[in-house]
Design a protein around this ligand. Structure first.
Ligand code: SAM
Length: 346
């Protein structure tokens, strides 16, 4: 007789190259932290993320009612922390309503990662809707470079967005700067001091060999160790430490004021897959246990049907597919280069 549990798994909409990827022996407790790509659309086309501004978008983006079902299911499944990302979450026309809905579900932490191009007009409404925290990506303070890296972005709009976020009372505001050799690696000190002056928390990221980043690592990777050396005059000579429960960045304190910190994210030189506690939800509703593979369980159909219960089951299955972290990113460099960062959610 067929085992009903096996039959059920067979009928689930699982995607990807699962057989290639060793899984954790036990998935452990249910996912506490989820990143959601509310849209794969973006008004920038950063060189390490997308090949061009016209590279097309995923079919089958979830609409707001489907997202509501998805969020309800995540809450029921035990998720405590949600980060909205993309794509660019602030180009979603209903982003404020989505945040308000998430806020009503009572997540412990509700955060959003943005390029800040729309933040000048949205910081206050988002704060009022219940958003707790905002991270801003900014790779350079030079307007010409900014336009080049983002393929058309306006630095002034981003700076106005950061000012509006400060004014709206978000704190701490973390910055994400992807450091690329020969592109912005001469700006580390400037960005560090500029951020500290404004009470922002700077974080420098290694470029990862994911999506378009795969083409840049060989020539443009600057490791966190190199970044630290470049900033040594401003930093205490201490071991970099994580903020428990708050992501993979490792922080070092400022020499002149130990109340100030800078973070480093070593997504390439020292991956942190073993400690990764994240689940991701793509813009089309696929539950993904890892950023760097196409593995996942498609929960788009139950989300559209308003069926939170089925999504809760799918979440359990997706979580059981969490890579064990012993292989690079639990995948191969080929699978990583092939993913769409903005559909999965960076
Ligand atoms: N549009 C939003 C933004 O700009 O923050 C959210 C999405 S973006 C994909 C999220 C973060 O992923 C950004 O900080 C971006 O710099 C980072 N990112 C994208 N591709 C990357 C790569 N190949 N390596 C490292 N970081 C990357």
């Amino acid at each position: 007789m067929n085992d009903p549990a096996v039959e059920k798994r067979r009928s689930l909409p699982m995607l990807g190259a699962r057989a290639l990827v060793p899984k954790r022996a036990s998935a452990g407790p249910p996912p506490r932290s989820v990143r959601v790509s509310v849209t794969d659309r973006c008004d920038f086309a950063c060189t390490y993320c997308r090949p061009s501004r016209n590279d097309g978008y995923a079919d089958g983006r979830l609409m707001t009612p489907a997202w509501k079902t998805m969020f309800e299911a995540l809450r029921r499944a035990g998720v405590r922390r949600v980060r909205l990302t993309g794509g660019e979450p602030l180009v979603h026309p209903e982003i404020v309503a989505i945040v308000a809905h998430l806020s009503s579900l009572g997540f412990e932490d509700l955060a959003l990662t943005t390029n800040a191009s729309q933040l000048a007009r949205l910081a206050r409404p988002l704060r009022d809707a219940g958003l707790h925290r905002v991270n801003v990506s900014i790779d350079t303070l030079d307007p010409v470079r900014f336009r080049e890296v983002t393929r058309g972005g306006d630095l002034d709009a981003v700076l106005a967005g950061i000012d509006a976020a400060i004014e709206a009372g978000f704190s701490p505001i973390k910055l994400n700067t992807v450091v690329l050799r020969g592109v912005n690696d001469d700006e580390l000190e400037r960005i560090l001091l500029w951020a500290w002056e404004r009470g922002l928390l700077p974080r420098f990221l290694e470029v990862m060999p994911i999506a378009e980043g795969a083409k840049l690592v060989a020539e443009h990777l600057v490791t966190a160790a190199e970044m630290r050396r470049a900033l040594a005059a401003h930093l205490l000579a201490e071991e970099a430490v994580t903020d428990p429960g708050l992501g993979p960045a490792k922080y070092v304190r400022a020499r002149h004021d130990p109340g100030l910190r800078v973070g480093f994210i070593t997504g390439t030189s020292d991956t942190f897959c073993e400690t990764c506690d994240r689940l991701r939800v793509s813009s089309t509703g696929v539950l993904r246990p890892c950023l760097a593979t196409d593995d996942g369980v498609d929960a788009g159909a139950p989300a559209r049907a308003g069926d939170a219960e089925t999504i809760v089951e799918h979440i359990g299955l997706a979580w059981s597919m969490k890579p064990d972290g012993t292989v690079w990113k639990g995948c191969t460099e080929e699978t990583a280069a092939g993913v769409s960062m903005r559909a999965i959610g960076g």
